[in-house]
Design a protein around this ligand. Structure first.
Ligand code: SF4
Length: 186
């Protein structure tokens, strides 16, 4: 069974994607690496919810390093960019690069990301970055657009069923005030 390291931003996005990957025949390990999430209490709450689900489903969860100040340094100059713009490109690149590096060090076959479940994200951007980072480390990138084929609705249904904490902003302090555009959910 091929092993995939799934970058997971939160439980509402992760739950459905974990189950989809398992159905596709992958052994899934969750990588919770989100130094972008502000404030720290929100980071911890999202982590706890992801851990709760992983424990229930018997899925291993690896936590990455949380360093919001260092993340903020990396996106400096892009604070005012709209969601799906240059700030997000840097943020997603950082998270998927770390995912690919950890996957490579630990002998995974593939990486994937939950980020394409959200209609707030550019799936093209996420998948282009995912392929680039996977290629760098000689891994496969599973580029499914999870929100398609009713995936977004199914993820919302699962979140409701599991009583997940559901945040109303992407993660960083800049996304709290911005109103993102939304892609048509296919
Ligand atoms: S809006 Fe989301 S993806 Fe974009 S920079 Fe903020 S946390 Fe990262």
């Amino acid at each position: 069974m091929p092993a995939v390291l799934l970058h997971t931003c939160c439980a509402p996005c992760g739950g459905f994607v974990i189950k989809e990957l398992q159905t596709m025949g992958y052994a899934v390990t969750v990588f919770y690496y989100n130094p972008n999430v502000f404030p720290e209490d929100e980071y911890k709450l999202r982590l706890r919810e992801a851990e709760r689900f992983c424990q229930k489903e018997n899925v291993e969860l690896i936590e990455g390093e949380y360093d919001y100040e260092s993340w903020k340094e990396k996106i400096r100059g892009h604070e005012s960019a709209p969601e799906r713009g240059s700030r997000c490109e840097i943020c997603i690149t950082l998270r998927l690069q770390e995912t690919a590096q950890v996957a490579s060090e630990r002998g995974f076959d593939a990486i994937a990301s939950t980020l394409t479940i959200s209609p707030h994200k550019s799936a093209e951007m996420v998948n282009a970055i995912g392929h680039e980072m996977a290629d760098l480390y000689g891994l496969q990138f599973i580029d499914r657009i999870w929100r398609k084929a009713n995936g977004f609705k199914k993820s919302c249904d699962l979140a409701e069923q599991e009583h997940f904490h559901r945040q109303d902003y992407c993660g960083c302090e800049f996304s709290i005030r911005s109103k993102p555009t939304i892609d048509k959910v296919e």
